[in-house]
Design a protein around this ligand. Structure first.
Ligand SMILES: [Fe+2]
Length: 235
């Protein structure tokens, strides 16, 4: 059976840095046999009989009820052929501090998100009300989530509770990932990285509506139209 791994620099796959994914022997009994229709469909030929399957994670935040932005975001998710979607909260309501975003239609956003044929992982924003969980078919009330990324831990949250001014438990090199500010961020602090995809619908300070990708090594920021405007390597 394929074994999960969370770093590859000790594996003879010729790749540098940390990757999150699965590896398996090539040939008969390939990954598709183990995971029919697998999301682990990306591979690199390592030349030593080991195939590496890398998951692309799509991250977006602060849709704030804009159906048009939500539709563009979903289009981007499919265009990127991403494997998982993480939303950082503030899905349905515009919020009292914001003007109504273009295409404001929370009911349509509900339909769009519930209609996704991919798992959606979401944390609770400061605009989420309990009724939101009654109308959305994926969990939206978690204060935070964690996942390993290479040899780092990613702490996922909305940002109104845990942020640079109030850090969650982190170890050196870990990643604090949140939305809330509507400002994209890729800040390297002494002990951690702070990353933010910006807002998909109400960007601030002249930043673009956009999203973020984690491809196992790089973190990439793109506009909703798919234009890359920043990239860092965390390998
Ligand atoms: Fe927000």
């Amino acid at each position: 059976m394929p074994q999960p791994f969370f770093r590859t620099d000790s594996v003879t796959d010729g790749l540098q840095g940390g990757y999150t994914g699965f590896r398996t022997e090539s040939g008969p009994g390939s990954i598709d046999s183990f995971f029919p229709g697998s999301v682990f469909r990306k591979e690199r030929n390592a030349g030593d009989g080991v195939q590496v399957f890398i998951m692309t994670i799509f991250v977006a935040s602060d849709i704030h009820g804009s159906a048009s932005s939500c539709a563009s975001m979903i289009e981007a998710f499919h265009r990127e052929q991403a494997d998982r979607m993480i939303l950082l909260g503030d899905l349905l309501y515009h919020g009292p501090r914001n003007d109504l975003p273009e295409g404001y239609d929370p009911k349509k956003v509900i339909d769009l998100l519930n209609g996704l044929d991919t798992p959606v992982y979401c944390v609770r924003g400061n605009c989420e009300a309990e009724v939101d969980q009654m109308v959305l078919n994926f969990p939206v009330m978690a204060d935070y989530a964690l996942f390993p990324y290479g040899d780092r831990m990613v702490f996922v949250t909305h940002g109104h509770v845990f942020n640079n001014g109030h850090l969650p438990p982190l170890r050196k090199g870990d990643i604090l990932l949140h939305g809330h500010t509507h400002l994209p961020a890729w800040e390297e602090h002494e002990d951690y990285w702070y990353l933010n995809p910006g807002s998909a619908s109400i960007p601030k300070n002249g930043t673009p509506k956009g999203y973020m990708l984690l491809d196992g090594k790089n973190v990439i920021w793109k506009t909703l139209e798919g234009e890359e405007y920043h990239r860092i390597c965390l390998g």
